[in-house]
Design a protein around this ligand. Structure first.
Ligand code: UFG
Length: 322
């Protein structure tokens, strides 16, 4: 298929673009490089440097070429920043996605796979979290992604778009030289590995008094390669006029302490951890039910072991640390 990957120079976007190229698709990456990296665009993909927020309408220009589908990753994704500066999220996520949807409608682009998030659910009433759980996001980041999910649903119903939203839980790991490298790092595993590689002194553990077995927060870590597999399956299974929503996680929860322990085992570094206050907005436990994705897409996560996830992330970090 001839595919446009927005945000394909970012972490998840670049890994998915690499999988798509390997699978023989004709891939164009569109990215403004605000948080992505040019060298993360995989060989074999065409690259267009453009900002979906520009009035010139980058999406319209590119899609006029005729595409079979779009994988839409380009977004702002820092929960804390979204609370401080919501305008960046309503404009950078919602307005840009609306522009993309309109360009797709104008140029009759038939398929869309959208990068949604577990943050659309907010504090869960029940875990594992299924797709029919209430959506009550606790920050503008999650709210902006939920708004886009609603927009996509209405475009599918009214205009026949074949659409799938994938709600990621905690994405981690790396795909060779494609991995997580943010200028401002807030995610647990990269931070812990920065300690192991000597670029940070210690990891702060945000709260040790949560209602969990060891008192630290529990999350569902999904390997970025498993996530990419789900995107390729979603593309194949998308049906005209239908907006499907699937949660993607490994289905197992690991606590912050367990993650730090796994990183110690993989790296052989002592990794000092210091207790810190709870971080605002963190739910105690987030675990996905991915039964719907497994049943509908035939998706089977292959790399659910924490040692594998951390090991691949460590390989990536080590190769990039001077
Ligand atoms: N944590 C620490 N110390 C750190 C960083 C994180 O203790 O230095 C803890 C957090 O409090 C949390 C866990 O590690 O309990 C995981 O935190 P991350 O920041 O790695 O990930 P989140 O669970 O906060 O966020 C992820 C995605 C978001 C998405 C959210 C869904 O990164 O994009 O899941 O709820 F919105």
């Amino acid at each position: 298929m001839k595919l446009l990957v927005t945000g394909g120079a970012g972490y998840v976007g670049s890994v998915c673009a690499a999988h798509l190229v390997d699978a023989g698709h004709d891939v164009t990456v569109l990215d403004d490089l605000s948080t992505g990296h040019k060298d993360a665009v995989p060989d074999g993909a065409r690259f267009v440097e453009a900002d979906l927020a520009d009035a010139a309408d980058a999406a319209d220009d590119v899609l006029s070429d005729g595409f079979d589908g779009v994988l839409h990753f380009a977004a702002k994704s820092l929960v804390g920043e979204s609370v401080q500066r919501p305008e960046l999220y309503w404009n950078g996520n919602v307005v840009t996605s609306f522009r993309l949807l309109e360009a797709m409608r104008r140029h009759r682009t038939p398929r869309l796979v959208f990068s949604s998030t577990a943050a659309t659910y907010g504090e869960p009433e029940q875990v594992p979290i299924r797709e029919d759980a209430p959506t009550r996001p606790t920050n503008p980041y999650g709210a902006s992604k939920l708004a886009i999910d609603h927009a996509i649903g209405s475009y599918a119903a009214a205009h026949g778009l074949a659409a799938v939203s994938l709600r990621y839980f905690n994405v981690a790991g790396a795909h060779g030289s494609f991995g997580e490298r943010h200028a401002v790092e807030t995610h647990l595993i990269p931070i812990v590995l920065q300690v192991a590689s000597g670029t940070r002194d210690a990891v702060q553990v945000y709260g040790e008094d949560w209602p969990t077995p060891d008192g630290t927060c529990v999350r569902d870590y999904i390997h970025v390669d498993d996530l990419a597999d789900a995107h390729l399956l979603a593309l194949e299974h998308a049906q005209p006029g239908r907006h499907a929503v699937y949660n993607l996680g490994s289905g197992t929860g690991f606590s912050v302490r367990e993650v730090v322990e796994a990183c110690r085992a993989v790296t052989g570094h002592p990794i000092p951890a210091v207790a810190a206050p709870r971080r605002a907005g963190d739910p105690a436990v987030l675990i996905a039910s991915s039964d719907a994705a497994k049943a509908a897409l035939g998706w089977r996560p292959q790399r659910t072991d924490l040692a594998t996830i951390v090991g691949d992330a460590w390989e990536f970090t080590r190769n990039r640390t001077p």
